[in-house]
Design a protein around this ligand. Structure first.
Ligand SMILES: NC(=O)C1=CN([C@@H]2O[C@H](COP(=O)(O)OP(=O)(O)OC[C@H]3O[C@@H](n4cnc5c(N)ncnc54)[C@H](OP(=O)(O)O)[C@@H]3O)[C@@H](O)[C@H]2O)C=CC1
Ligand SMILES: CC(=O)N[C@@H](CCC(=O)OP(=O)(O)O)C(=O)O
Length: 369
C-alpha cells in the first residue's frame, strides 16, 4: 500500500483529496494536517466522512507530523505558504505533489512578477515537474516533486496544446474567456463569495492581468521551445505527435476569468486565429491524434461541453468549432476545478508516479443531474 498524507487537509482541495484517497484501492491514508483545526476529529469538522475509513482520524498540527512514515505527501496550501513547507519536506527525501502555484514555474522571477511574492527556492523550483498528466507522463513517473497545474490552466492547456503543433495556428493572440465555480476560490471568507453576493450574478475579475495568464503562456512557450520540451516534456511525446520543430512562434494569451454561481466547474471558451483555411475534419484529426487514447479526455466535436457532464468527475470535455467566415477556431473546455483541476489530477499523477493504472480510484462519472 502507498502511505499518503495531506497537508492542508481541511481546505476544499484537501477534503477532495481525502474523499478520493480513502476509497483508493492502493492507498492508506496516514496523517491529515490542518492549521486552524489541529486536534479536532475530522468528522467534527466534516461530518460527510462519518462511517468512512477516515471516520476516526484526528487532524494534526504540522509540528507533530512525521515525514518518514510516508511514501507521498500532498500539499494543498495557499501559494506563498506552500513553498517553505514543501522545501522542508523535500529535504527529507519524500515524494511530494504540490497543488499550489509555488512550483509551477522554473523561472522564479516570472513567479515573483505575477504573484508579487519572493520565491526562496529557485533551485528546487527547477527540479519540479509540471503535472499536466496527459502531456508529461515520462517526467512525472520519475519526479520527486510534482507541481500540479491550476484549474483554469488545465482547462486551457488541454484545449490549446494540440494547436501548438498545428502549422496553421496563429499563437500570437489567443483569447481565453473562462468561468469558474465559487469553490475555485477556496473556503476562506471573502465578502464577494457570500451566497448573497455571488448567486444570481456573474462577474469578470482581473481581465487580462490574472496570474494564470502567465502560467498558460509560460507552459505553451515551454512546449514551443524545443530545448525545454526535450528536457522535461519528453522525446517520446515529440515522436508520438510528430512535433513540428519549425514552429518558431511565441504564444501570447489574453485571459479573463469570471465567477459564476455554481459550486464546481471551469468552463473555458478559447478563440484562436488561423493563418490558412482549415476544416472540421482536419481539426478533428489533430485533436484525435492527441486524445483518442486518453481516458480522461472526452473529445466531442459533434456536440458541446457542459459543466454538468463533468462536475464530480476527473473527466474533461473538449469541443471545438471551425469558423470559416473569420478563420478562427473556438475551443470549448469543461472540467471540475476540484477534480481534474486539482485533487483528481493530483491522484492521476500519483498513479503515474507509482506505476498504477492512471484511472485507479478516479473512474466515477459526473454527478448528474
Ligand atoms: N479550489 C480550487 O478549485 C483549486 C485550488 N488550487 C490550489 O490548491 C491550494 C488549496 O486550495 P483550496 O483548498 O481551494 O484552499 P482553501 O482556502 O480552501 O484551503 C487552504 C488550506 O490551507 C491551510 N492553510 C492556510 N493557511 C495556512 C498556513 N499559514 N499554514 C498552514 N496551513 C495553512 C488551511 O488550513 P486550515 O483550514 O486548517 O486553517 C486549509 O487546509 C491553493 O494553492 C489553490 O490555489 C488549485 C486548483 C484548483
Ligand atoms: C474563482 C477563483 O477565485 N479562482 C481562483 C483560482 C484559484 C486556483 O485554483 O488557483 P491555482 O489554480 O493557481 O492553484 C483565482 O482566480 O485566484
Amino acid at each position: 500500500m502507498i502511505k499518503a498524507s495531506i497537508i492542508g487537509a481541511t481546505g476544499y482541495v484537501g477534503i477532495e483529496l481525502i474523499r478520493l484517497l480513502q476509497k483508493h484501492p492502493r492507498v492508506e491514508l496516514n496523517e491529515l494536517v490542518s492549521n486552524s483545526r489541529a486536534g479536532s476529529k475530522l468528522i467534527d469538522v466534516y461530518p460527510q466522512f462519518r462511517g468512512s475509513q477516515v471516520a476516526d482520524y484526528y487532524l494534526k498540527d504540522l509540528s507533530e507530523f512525521e515525514v518518514k512514515d510516508n511514501d507521498i505527501i500532498f500539499t494543498a496550501l495557499p501559494h506563498g505558504v506552500s513553498q517553505n513547507i514543501v522545501a522542508e519536506l523535500f529535504d527529507q527525501g519524500v515524494k511530494i505533489i504540490d497543488l499550489s502555484g509555488d512550483f509551477r514555474y522554473h523561472d522564479t522571477d516570472l513567479y515573483t512578477e505575477w504573484y508579487g511574492i519572493e520565491h526562496n527556492f529557485s533551485e528546487l523550483a527547477c527540479k519540479a515537474v509540471y503535472g499536466l498528466s496527459e502531456f508529461n507522463r515520462s517526467a512525472i513517473k520519475k519526479a520527486s516533486l510534482v507541481a500540479n497545474p491550476g484549474c483554469y490552466v488545465t482547462a486551457s492547456l488541454l484545449a490549446l496544446l494540440p494547436l501548438v503543433n498545428f502549422s496553421k495556428a496563429d499563437l500570437s493572440s489567443i483569447i481565453i474567456d473562462a468561468k469558474s465555480g465559487v469553490s475555485g476560490a477556496g473556503k476562506s471568507l471573502k465578502q464577494d463569495l457570500l451566497f448573497t453576493e455571488s448567486y444570481n450574478t456573474m462577474k469578470a475579475y482581473s481581465p487580462g492581468t490574472h496570474r494564470h495568464s502567465s502560467e498558460i503562456e509560460y507552459i505553451l512557450n515551454r512546449f514551443l521551445e524545443q530545448s525545454y520540451f526535450q528536457s522535461e516534456f519528453g522525446s517520446e511525446f515529440l515522436a508520438l505527435h510528430n512535433f513540428n520543430s519549425a514552429n518558431n512562434q511565441k504564444a501570447t494569451v489574453l485571459f479573463t476569468p469570471h465567477l459564476v454561481p455554481v459550486k464546481r466547474g471551469i468552463f473555458a471558451t478559447i478563440y484562436l486565429k488561423l493563418n490558412a483555411e482549415s476544416s472540421k475534419e482536419e481539426l478533428t484529426e489533430l485533436y484525435n491524434s492527441f486524445y483518442e487514447t486518453e481516458k480522461f479526455i472526452q473529445l466531442i466535436p459533434d456536440s458541446l461541453p457542459e459543466l454538468k457532464y463533468v462536475a464530480g468527475s476527473n473527466y474533461v470535455q473538449l469541443g471545438f468549432r471551425y469558423n470559416k467566415r473569420t478563420d478562427q477556431v473556438i475551443i470549448l473546455s469543461a472540467l471540475d476545478n476540484m477534480l481534474k483541476g486539482a485533487a483528481g489530477q493530483a491522484v492521476q499523477n500519483m498513479n503515474i508516479m507509482f506505476n498504477l493504472a492512471e484511472e485507479t480510484g478516479l473512474e466515477a462519472t459526473a454527478l448528474f443531474p
